[in-house]
Design a protein around this ligand. Sequence first.
Ligand code: FDA
Ligand code: NAD
Length: 431
Amino acid sequence: MASNYKYVILGGGNASGYAAAEFVKRGGGKGELAIITREPHVAYERPTLSKAYLFPEGAPRLPGFHTCVGGGGSKQEPEWYKEHGIDYKLKTEIKSADVSKKTLTSTSGETFSYEKLIIATGARAVDLATDFKTPGADLKGIYSFRDVEDADSILAAISDVKSRGGKVVVVGGGYIGMEVGSNLSKHGLDVTLVWPEKHLMERLFTPEVATFYEEYYKNKGIKLHPEALATSFEGKDGKVTHAVLKDGTKIEAQMVISGAGARPNVELFEGQIDLLKDKPGGVKVDGKMQTSNPDVYAIGDIAAYPLKRYGITTRQEHVANARQTGALAISAILAPGETQDFDYLPFFYSRVFDLGWQLYGSNAPDDETVFFGSKADKKFGTFYVRDGKVVGAFMEGGDNDENAALSKIAKAQPKAPSDLASLGVGLASKL
Ligand code: FDA
Ligand code: NAD
């Protein structure tokens, strides 16, 4: 059976929710748009999952965090899509795409045809068993983390894990490692982080900043194993009992969480549209999110686009990017004359324990870095300086005004003054 739509969004994640909001705002016609997703829920704010969703008390649940609440918009529950004539195909996995015939086919054999397709398939969590072939990674008790069902499985296992020793190993020292690790420790679990780099969040944090968080985690009872790889897992009766590190160290674990990165879901389109084989990977798009096929657009985690202000091609696995690229692609399709090329200011944030940081702009390993503020006051940051200009600004503990100042500085890219360290975010008032 074939269903025909003018527009199809493949993937029902963050980017699609914001694309749907823009579609309605721009007066897209009823019955013209379908969103197809394998998930059983309409689009929700994925960032909630590794944060408040895991809290032992007062945790939000769906429908509380459907898009677009995270971006300050209205909550789009299933009724919202019905009301606006958008067909939402839940629990529908697309197994093949034919861009020349303009069709998508689901695992159950259903075919969808489109005039314009927006690919929003996002990224998937690296799976230690299938992606890294880590021996023992298929034991029970080892979880990856991407969607509501993953979070629910982890939460449901906690009391059993506690009864058998309460020890959790989290693999990865990035976002998932830090956020999920901190929240599981709030459940009274004994958490160990294991990751290959020297410092936590090494891509973004300077060593000076990272050591603040590392000390914080240790004071909260979390054990840290930097520069360590989990090379195998051991188990008993099919359940994980230990993570084994490359140097032979065995760490007891009744639960293992993998936070070892994400991979863009682009395989359906291999050989059909231009994909980037090398970094940053993903689907190559122009400043209007249009792929090498004029009837196919790509948004969110999979879209690799020109980042105008730094003259590079980027792919951002972050929610502000998903929200903005989703809206932009719809605008480019429905109102091409009004749509400018994407001019994104990268934005990253996280919240762990009672801490919270934001980073605007760019940072690279060769940048000069300038520290400001006070670690003792939990209010400090880093400026990233390239060719004498401030290109990125990070701050822990910023309030709304300070975070707005970070954004203003990163956007303006001012020449770095000699008193940058003492000025801190005060630099913004001089711009
Ligand atoms: P997203 O992954 O949201 O959606 C993709 C959708 O496509 C899914 O519904 C998937 O099931 C579906 N799909 C894929 N292939 C399919 C197929 N073949 N058939 C049918 N459906 C298919 N960012 C940030 O800036 N701050 C933060 O705090 C966080 N926190 C955070 C926590 C956690 C736990 C995760 C996993 C991620 C974050 N992120 C984040 C990243 C942010 O959530 C991410 O960038 C956006 O969700 C990307 O939106 P997309 O719509 O591109 O993909
Ligand atoms: P990440 O890239 O932030 O961190 C991956 C970590 O795993 C790194 O420390 C990396 O070195 C490590 N790693 C890689 N290979 C490994 C191996 N073989 N063994 C051990 N460790 C290994 O990715 P993540 O934390 O898994 O997050 C997954 C996705 O979710 C990303 O797209 C991320 O942007 C997104 N996310 C974002 C936020 C946020 O922005 N606050 C929060 C959660 C998740």
